[in-house]
Design a protein around this ligand. Sequence first.
Ligand SMILES: *Cc1c(COP(=O)(O)O)cnc(C)c1O
Length: 234
Amino acid sequence: MISIAENLEKAATRIRSAAEEAGRDPSGVQLLAVSKTKPAELLREAANAGQKAFGENYIQEALDKIEALSDLPGLEWHFIGPLQSNKTRPVAEHFSWVHSIDRAKVARRLSEQRPEGMAPLNLCIQVNIDDEPTKSGVRPEEVPGLAQELSGLEGCRLRGLMAIPDPANPAAVQRERFRELAGLLAEVRRGVDNGALDTLSMGMSGDLEAAIAEGATIVRLGTALFGPRDYEAQ
Ligand SMILES: *Cc1c(COP(=O)(O)O)cnc(C)c1O
């Protein structure tokens, strides 16, 4: 049996040590619990241990869990998987964040479909930081232009960038990719100033230390909290 509370505590310790090592304030790094493929009861256990932010990759699975956990106050749902433009409505209606924006069209629909009275939907552009044709995300050189397009959307607020560097890379290359993403965010900020470009969503269970060293503000942890998955996202 795994104890989610214990895993959360271990993750918090890893985040704290990595931040201190990097001379950063640990409160500047948020833990997103990536719960894809995991049953709602495990998320409930995490929520009871104090975890509020959850990341999900599949819309129907996420909606089922949001419904099952609707008695819990203050949960924050982040959509982190591939998103087609004909599937945006439930995301606009039920999530606080989308980390995987790779087209203006998807963001425009999310903005139009965001219900009146809800806070703007927070967006991150997903960057194909390894610049490999087979990977999802926007090529680095396309990021500033897309950021310009997204900055005018009323129902959304552009918050920053997300990437999933190829885990097969050696550690030094991995860290270099995180640094490149941070550099790209600085470039975006020079072109777009909405006062909210504060987010680098990078680092997962295997590489959160390198990501925090390079400026991560959200680390997305699945395996480290909930154990291995039976089936995989990509
Ligand atoms: C599954 C997933 C994660 C979590 O990965 P772990 O290695 O299990 O921590 C993080 N980000 C995204 C986008 C994912 O799809």
